[in-house]
Design a protein around this ligand. Structure first.
Ligand code: C2E
Ligand code: CA
Ligand code: CA
Ligand code: CA
Length: 279
């Protein structure tokens, strides 16, 4: 929530106190959420734009609080990052995704690669390559079945340790995806220093595709850069068939969005996998 700039000083400090108290309360609840099994991993299909077939899934975290209902990740992930709870929460996401992957294979649904979102703070808190290696072993998941999505903001604080971790993950065969491309700070120089297998076109560009040349130019440029890096391109936030038509014309072959399916809980995802096709 936003603080009103026209407040008097005393009103301002009171509002600030309220904000702080709310943040502390929500963080306490979040600490409890993991043990209380209030967290759930949803899945959204990533599809081949030509055939409409599911090729992979992005996992998206949900917090369902018994009284407050669903709290959006944009609200609680920042709290998790500030409180370092993102460490155990991120581990849970990783292991749940691997567990689900194994369950789909065990059910005879074949392999469906999963992308998980990983926050920069997780790299600072522990050894991600070790944690990932352990999860792969425990659930018998092959490295190429797992993609780590990292937002462009990694470049703002890129350090040697992060680079080493990303290199170790690549060497293991884990796929790396650059999320929210074009929304933050990233120099092309940095891009070539990292081995990204995939670049994701942010939904803000996809939603502007019908408004003129600007978004189309961004998409074209992204596809061009990805090709130079040998990376795949995935467009996110596809909500209309016109988006698909334009994206295909521009040479984008993979995408995800409400047009195909919203992120769904695992049992429904399981059904989608049985049908294989979402279009
Ligand atoms: P993101 O990784 O960029 O995920 C894409 C967001 O767009 C998701 O929101 C997804 O539900 C939403 N989305 C998908 N298709 C469409 C569409 O067609 N139209 C629109 N308007 N939105 C669409 P969500 O699930 O609320 O997640 C928000 C952000 O929270 C994610 O952005 C990601 O940064 C973060 N997040 C979610 N799960 C995790 C997680 O397990 N770990 C971490 N570290 N971050 C997560
Ligand atoms: Ca993502
Ligand atoms: Ca994104
Ligand atoms: Ca985002």
């Amino acid at each position: 929530s936003q603080l009103n700039p026209a407040l008097t000083w005393s009103q301002y400090t009171k509002a600030l106190e309220r904000e702080t108290r709310k943040t502390v309360e929500l963080t306490t609840k979040l600490r409890h959420a993991l043990e209380a099994e209030q967290l759930e991993l949803y899945y959204q299909p990533q599809v081949d734009l030509e055939s409409g077939r599911i090729i992979s899934a992005e996992s998206l975290l949900r917090w369902n609080h018994p009284e407050m209902g669903f709290i959006p990740p944009d609200q609680f992930i920042p709290l998790a990052e500030q409180s370092q709870l993102i460490g155990p929460i991120g581990d849970w996401v990783l292991r749940r995704a691997c567990r689900d992957l194994k369950a789909w294979k065990d059910a005879g649904l074949g392999t469906c690669p999963v992308s998980i979102n990983v926050s920069l703070i997780q790299f600072q808190l522990g050894s991600i390559p070790d944690t990932v290696r352990r999860a792969l072993t425990d659930f018998n998941v092959a490295p190429e079945e797992l993609t780590l999505e990292i937002t462009e903001s990694v470049f703002e604080q890129h350090g040697r340790a992060l680079k080493q971790d990303l290199e170790a993950l690549s060497a293991m065969g884990i796929r790396l995806s650059l999320d929210d491309f074009g929304t933050g700070y990233s120099s092309l120089g940095h891009l070539k220093d990292y081995q990204f297998n995939e670049i994701k076109i942010d939904k803000s560009f996809v939603s502007q595709l019908d408004e003129g040349d600007y978004a189309q130019a961004i998409v074209k440029a992204t596809i061009f850069i990805a090709a130079a890096l040998g990376a795949d391109v995935v467009a996110e936030g596809i909500e209309a068939s016109e988006h698909i038509t334009t994206l295909r014309q521009l040479g984008c072959t993979k995408g995800q969005g409400y047009y195909f399916s919203r992120p769904v809980p695992e049992p429904i995802w399981h059904q989608l996998l049985i049908n294989k096709k979402v279009l």
